[in-house]
Design a protein around this ligand. Structure first.
Ligand SMILES: *Cc1c(COP(=O)(O)O)cnc(C)c1O
Length: 493
């Protein structure tokens, strides 16, 4: 079995897992993938009744074959033990319609913590393993949650620096405050005048600029990514699919071997792709349900096989999913095309040139066999927050509500469905409050207390005193200035 990762766009580019983590993105713009995923089965039966940490170790050993058992154990323990407010890490909650898996009990109250508590551990280990003497500079484009989770994960980690780009006025007040108050001597946060796609494209351009990378190398700096294009961020997200399954079996909600559905609020396609990886590794999944907001480019792709980003970008109440270029879809297409790098390269050239591509019938059929898709408007989303609270006394955030609405639209009586809950409702207090009441101009932090008073749902510790923390970052730049900004800050942070 080949233990090297390769570029989705070129099978000649091969790299060890630890080096793929340090690099983030392949030089040709492709994403690193492990080819024979489907022949690496995980012992799922042995996971039943195990805790999160044990299951994480089992999954990492399969997907990061150049890490030793001791290294993986240390990474998992450092990343997760004592860092999540719930002992189970990603607990399941039963509702009238199925289960909700809470992925937001980490230090920044979004599911990104699952990946971004682990990535710094893997990066540190990979640096030592490869005897690297360079500093790693992490560049991160964020639709709101990745930025804070990356900052929290990498804060003051030796030999690493982080620059986060977020869309100016494109994130929630709480998200913005979380980032702008971030302490740490190795971090920098900047708003760009553009949306998430602009930020992500800007970062990708910097990654693939050879001259610029050489300049940085002269200063002993090497770029990497904390977005889900990095396998060190993506792989940790596979774990909770296995955990949920083991837990459902242990609780007798299903029999071992029964298939379940996972309904995933989707933006960059990282979270749901991790579910597909779990499926390729043998997890009995019926459908992975891709839930979009008004930026429903994936929903249209599912129905037509044409991915077309030529449409207007909508600002919604689920801003972390306001994305028109879902990077990780490239990895899905790679597997669904039977690892045809040349074909993927062509599709991605079409996307770069025309803003669209059309996949062949074989891929479209596979997509329909393995996935389902739906979307929710802002009104649907708000109504679902209200409905679930009225029915079950359970408060969900707008991203989770998008997925929940898609489940309600197409309930499956034959299979248990698990909705992935990606953020604490308090990260989007304003939208949640307005969904339960009427539009308001009140301060988001006052609303937090009101919502807590009404519902009794605890406010996460990290959000409680956010409004009294000092603001440490105020830069706002144009997209065209991103490269110059990185050049300057790379030396000063
Ligand atoms: C990032 C994010 C998503 C989307 O996840 P992808 O991996 O980008 O598809 C959904 N909900 C929340 C709260 C997020 O932060």
């Amino acid at each position: 079995m080949n233990n090297l990762y390769e570029s989705t766009r070129n099978a000649d580019i091969k790299i060890t897992p630890s080096k793929a983590i340090l690099k983030g993105l392949s030089d040709d713009g492709g994403l690193f993938v492990l080819k024979d995923l489907a022949s690496r089965n995980v012992d799922i039966k042995a996971m039943v009744g195990k805790d999160y940490y044990e299951i994480a170790k089992m999954v990492f050993k399969v997907l990061l074959p150049d890490f030793s058992e001791e290294e993986i154990d240390a990474c998992v323990n450092n990343a997760y033990r004592g860092k999540f407010s719930n002992q189970e890490v990603t607990p399941l909650v039963k509702t009238s319609d199925g289960y909700v898996m809470e992925l937001f009990n980490g230090p920044t109250s979004a599911f990104k913590d699952v990946g971004l508590q682990m990535l710094p551990q893997l990066t540190k280990t990979a640096l030592v393993k490869n005897n690297e003497k360079e500093d790693i500079l992490i560049l991160t484009a964020t639709s709101g949650d990745t930025g804070k989770a990356a900052l929290a994960g990498f804060q003051d980690v030796e030999h690493t620096k982080v620059i986060v780009f977020y869309p100016y006025q494109g994130v929630s007040k709480v998200q913005e405050m979380q980032m702008r108050t971030q302490a740490g001597k190795n971090v920098k946060v900047v708003a760009i005048r553009g949306n998430f796609d602009d930020a992500q494209s800007g970062v990708k351009n910097i990654f693939t600029d050879k001259d610029f990378n050489q300049q940085l190398a002269a200063d002993n700096i090497r770029l990497s990514s904390a977005n889900s294009i990095n396998i060190g961020r993506l792989i940790p997200q596979c774990v909770y699919y296995f955990y949920a399954y083991g837990k459902l079996v242990a609780d007798n909600a299903i029999k071992f071997g029964d298939k379940v559905n996972f309904v995933v609020p989707t933006g960059n396609f990282g979270d749901i792709l991790a579910g597909y990886y779990a499926k390729l590794l043998g997890l009995p999944i019926n459908k992975l349900v891709c839930a979009s907001n008004d930026n429903n480019v994936l929903y249209d792709f599912y129905n037509t096989g044409c991915y077309d980003r030529n449409r207007s970008f909508m600002k919604t109440i689920s801003p972390s999913m306001d994305i028109l270029i879902s990077s990780n879809l490239e990895r899905l297409l790679y597997y669904m095309s039977d690892c045809d790098n040349t074909y993927i390269n062509e599709l991605m050239q079409d996307l770069a040139r025309d803003g669209q591509y059309q996949v062949n019938e074989k891929i479209l059929k596979r997509l329909h066999d393995e996935f389902a898709a739906g979307y929710a408007t802002n009104e649907d989303t708000a109504a679902t927050i209200r409905k679930v609270y009225e029915k079950d006394g359970y408060l969900i955030d707008p991203h989770t509500a998008v997925a929940y609405k898609v489940l309600l639209d197409a309930p499956d009586q034959e299979h248990v469905s698990v909705v992935l809950s990606t953020a604490s409702p308090y990260k989007f207090t304003n939208s949640v409050y307005e969904a339960m009441h009427e539009a308001t101009k009140q301060d988001e932090f006052i609303l937090m207390k009101k919502l807590n008073g009404e519902t009794g749902v605890n406010i996460p510790e990290n959000l409680k005193d956010l409004d009294s923390k000092p603001i440490l970052h105020s830069d706002v730049i144009d997209v065209a200035e991103m490269k110059a900004y990185v050049a300057e800050k790379a030396k000063t942070i």
